[in-house]
Design a protein around this ligand. Structure first.
Ligand SMILES: N[C@@H](CCO)C(=O)O
Length: 375
């Protein structure tokens, strides 16, 4: 039997370490939606040049385990290469000859922006002391970053999944600062199904004895088993069942016998691979904080409901859903169109499920072009 590769000691990089070619902005003490305040540092990257009129800025919002590194090689501070290859650069859909493109690691993240693995004022990791944050808090932090960069209004705010939640919240919270918003594979409010899929993921992390109620960062051990199980559950929801069946079928992992021999099916090996890969690059505490922030998402909260919140936005709203997305099904994008007349929709054709917004870069590039061309 082959041991499941889910534990790793990681490498020299530690979640929260402010290293690499990113820049950092101290945006001060942020008042949080659910109470309390938090001093926040934001890690961000930029591409292109801000015009003298500051009217060409675009904000790219990453998803759950992404970061500010939208494009580019892996390196110090960037455990993975860019997550939207080819979409930012000279002549690219987000054309840096025209636009000033900004991406920041989200509040609660682990790639340089303040999160549970970051050091609090006493030098110890925040851990369990890290407060509950919402998508709105994340947007508040980004608004302060925009102020620091001299960006009064974004030409475009765009993102997929959790990034789409922030794009939508930007439009609802700061309607005059968002000329157009592009929301991919996302939702106006997190659904019961999404909260339900999240629950066993958080239980897996919290049940790992190494989690220690969130206070593990200074122990030299991390709840990598729990994080790996969470990623396995999540990754299944990120891909389409037909895709998994077509790619892996009932094939055993080469050299292994799953029919009583203790071995794995190939699809299990695939999940093990993604679990180990995430455990090498992501902090479990951030996974918990960000998952709870996603669960909190409801653009209609305290705004009279989703339709009222969306209709109050005067700018251009474009949504895109993926045909095979079973986690953020296409109907959720269609519901936003129904809730706010004038909202436009693109259907992304893909076999890859929710991850279609990451994989189908040509189609995503075309949508971006459409939204920008109609400027
Ligand atoms: N694969 C993406 C999906 C979340 O939408 C991530 O890890 O962030």
């Amino acid at each position: 039997m082959t041991a499941t590769p889910i534990r790793t000691t990681g490498d020299a990089w530690r979640p929260g370490d402010p290293v690499g070619d990113r820049r950092f902005a101290d945006v001060g003490e942020v008042r949080l939606e659910r109470g309390g305040t938090l001093p926040v540092t934001v890690a961000y990257e930029t591409w292109g040049t801000l015009s003298p009129a500051a009217d060409n800025a675009i904000l790219v919002e990453h998803a759950l385990t992404g970061d500010s590194h939208v494009v580019g090689e892996a390196g110090p501070g960037h455990p993975t290469a860019g997550w939207w290859p080819g979409l930012v650069g000279p002549g690219a859909p987000l054309d840096t000859d025209r636009y000033f493109v900004v991406a920041a690691n989200v509040l609660g993240g682990c790639q340089g922006t303040t999160g549970p693995a970051s050091a609090a004022s006493d030098g110890r990791a925040w851990g369990s002391r890290f407060p509950f944050v919402t998508i709105r808090d994340q947007v508040e932090v980004e608004a302060r970053l925009a102020d620091a960069l001299g960006v009064d209004a974004w030409h475009l705010v765009l993102g997929g999944s959790m990034g789409g939640m922030r794009a939508l919240e930007w439009a609802a919270t700061h309607p005059r600062r968002v000329e157009r918003a592009l929301v991919l594979a996302s939702t106006a409010a997190t659904t019961a199904d999404q909260v339900a899929w999240c629950q066993p993921q958080l239980l897996a992390i919290r049940s790992d004895p190494d989690y220690r109620d969130g206070d593990y960062h200074d122990t030299g051990r991390a709840p990598l088993t729990g994080l790996g199980i969470a990623r396995r559950i999540a990754h299944i929801t990120y891909r389409h069942e037909g895709e998994l069946d077509q790619r892996f079928g009932r094939r055993p992992r080469p050299g292994e016998d799953p029919l009583g021999g203790g071995g794995r099916y190939d699809v299990e090996s695939y999940l093990d691979h993604h679990a180990a890969k995430l455990a090498r690059r992501f902090d479990a505490g951030s996974y918990v904080v960000l998952s709870e922030a996603m669960n909190s998402h409801d653009v209609g909260r305290d705004r009279g409901g989703v339709a009222a919140a969306l209709q109050a936005y005067p700018g251009r709203l474009h949504v895109a859903g993926v045909t095979t997305d079973r986690l953020y099904p296409l109907r959720l994008s269609q519901e936003m169109v129904r809730a706010r007349p004038g909202t436009t929709l693109t259907v992304i054709e893909s076999d890859h499920g929710h991850d279609g917004f990451l994989v189908e870069t040509a189609q995503v590039g075309a949508v971006i072009g459409e939204v920008l061309d109609r400027a």
